[in-house]
Design a protein around this ligand. Structure first.
Ligand SMILES: [Zn+2]
Length: 308
């Protein structure tokens, strides 16, 4: 799994010493255009020239989907490293450095807030946290988010960005596929909508569980979506894969997903779909009261830091 690829590459070093402070500009991986970082942020991290979709952090994602304030949950859940796993380095120290780098305790943020006036439960995955991989904590948080939606009778939106199940938690991470799927089945029986948004990349156990279970599965343009990676498949079947294999557009053409939507149209599309599926603006939206404190710094409502 390509867990550690960065797409937001800083400008390639040149022979000449640059007078531009590092991090002000970014070179588009789609068209090599140099873009001012602030312009990119204002355009929802979509290249203004070629519409290349850069990865977003979970927090940026929530900000683009919610109308304003939102409340996060279960931020205190931390993996206990149940297998005491070691690969090139101990899983414990991987967790520690990811926590330090992202300020998050695991690879998903779950929140409630208003999405175009509709009270919605949104989960957004964080790719920079061990490749957005799903271990026990991600599975538990997604399950709790769905259960929260059941209790509130709200729709669910999950934005996936993940290398799949977290191998450092072995079979325990695979169990999360069943757990999240079972929770979504309960949501389905309660006739509440679930929209899955698949972003670049969505692979492995995440694709094989909740990411493909949406009443509507929406992908961002040119996102890599699949189960096994193309290299593994080519080696296994000993055949060259067709052009664009496992990209959103290819999957749409072959009936694996329902829509490919530009990020700049995403919120409006989700809101339209939720309304079509019967969601109505909440009373909170009508009276325009803020839903609560904003962002990941929010203390958990009712959640005691605990391990999963
Ligand atoms: Zn571009």
């Amino acid at each position: 799994m390509a867990w550690f690829t960065k797409t937001r590459k800083p400008m390639a070093p040149t022979d000449k010493v640059s007078r531009v402070p590092e991090g002000l500009y970014i070179k588009c991986t789609g068209c090599t255009q140099v873009i001012y970082n602030k312009d990119l942020a204002a355009n929802l991290s979509v290249c203004p020239r070629c519409a290349h979709h850069f990865k977003m952090t979970a927090t940026e994602r929530l900000a683009t989907l919610f109308d304003g304030d939102y409340t996060t949950y279960d931020a205190g859940l931390v993996s206990t490293d149940p297998l005491e796993f070691n690969d090139t380095k101990p899983y414990k120290s991987r967790l520690k450095s990811s926590i330090a780098a992202t300020g998050m305790n695991d690879a998903v943020v779950t929140a409630t807030g208003l999405l175009d006036g509709i009270e919605t439960v949104v989960a957004a995955m964080e790719y920079t946290f061990i490749g957005g991989s799903m271990g026990v904590v991600v599975g538990e948080k997604v399950t709790r988010a769905v259960e929260r939606a059941l209790a509130r009778r709200s729709p669910v939106v999950i934005v996936s960005c993940s290398g799949g199940a977290r191998m450092m938690e072995g079979a325990l991470s695979l169990m999360q596929m069943a757990k999240t799927s079972a929770a979504l089945a309960r949501l389905d029986r309660a006739r509440l909508p679930f929209i899955s948004v698949l972003t670049d990349p969505t692979t492995g156990g995440v694709t094989a569980s909740f990411a493909m279970l949406g009443d509507l599965n929406i992908a961002e343009p040119k996102a890599l979506i699949g189960f096994a990676g193309p290299r593994v498949i080519e080696q296994t079947i000993k055949q060259k894969l067709p052009e664009g294999f496992q990209r959103s557009e290819f999957l749409l053409e072959h009936g694996m997903i329902d829509m490919v939507v530009d990020r700049r149209e995403l919120k409006a599309t989700i809101a339209r779909a939720l309304r079509f599926m019967g969601a109505s603006p909440s009373a909170a939206a009508a009276t325009a009261t803020p839903a609560g404190p904003r962002g990941p710094a929010t203390p958990d409502a009712g959640a005691v830091p605990e391990s999963a």
